[in-house]
Design a protein around this ligand. Sequence first.
Ligand code: BG6
Ligand code: MG
Length: 223
Amino acid sequence: MAKYSDIKGFVFDLDGVITDTSVFHSQAWHQVADKVGAPWSKELEDGLKGISRMDSLEMILKAGNLQDNYTDEQKVDLATEKNTNYLKLVDQMTPANILPGIKDFLDEIKNGGYLLSLASASKNAPKVLQKLNLTDYFPKIVDPKTLSKGKPDPEIYVKGAELIDLKPEQCIGVEDAAAGVESINAAGETSIGIGDKQILKDADINFEDTSEMTLANIEAQMN
Ligand code: BG6
Ligand code: MG
């Protein structure tokens, strides 16, 4: 692991880290799974975290052995329907949906002179940040449309560091998904996993929930 004193910036995931939208994604995908008749399980739900929209749909169809039952056009329709339902939930969001401690942590980072970028797989990230009144904290956002591969590939976290002109070793990546932690580690950054320690066992630092995330707690785990 890098030394705490080498860290100059943070690359953040959004869904499930900054806000509770991971629950909304799950809710909307569960509806799709029910519609196509694919089985829904905790493992599938956890495995979908961090995964792009179309790859998520493929995973759901595969769980029901249904991947060959739909044309590409039908798959796009299913993904669009999911996104419409997801956006209805996002529309009701307010800054109250920011997860505990996150606003304070973002202020701590900003006031400490650390740089900040967003590495979310979600094409809806700018809209979600706007609903949370957090747009000003994230002038640098990796555009998921520019990615050739999604998480767990390192590309998104490599780009997150590049956007703030830092080397990966100078960055901490923050994630709630196993695929995301894998992506951070493969990018050569220090990984923080938030949530189930068993699912996020590969993270360099684990926090049970966002309220534990402070610079002092991170420093204590790195030295
Ligand atoms: C990730 C979520 O952040 O974004 C996934 O963890 C989601 O659940 C992915 O599928 C893509 O999001 P969107 O908003 O572009 O469909
Ligand atoms: Mg996430």
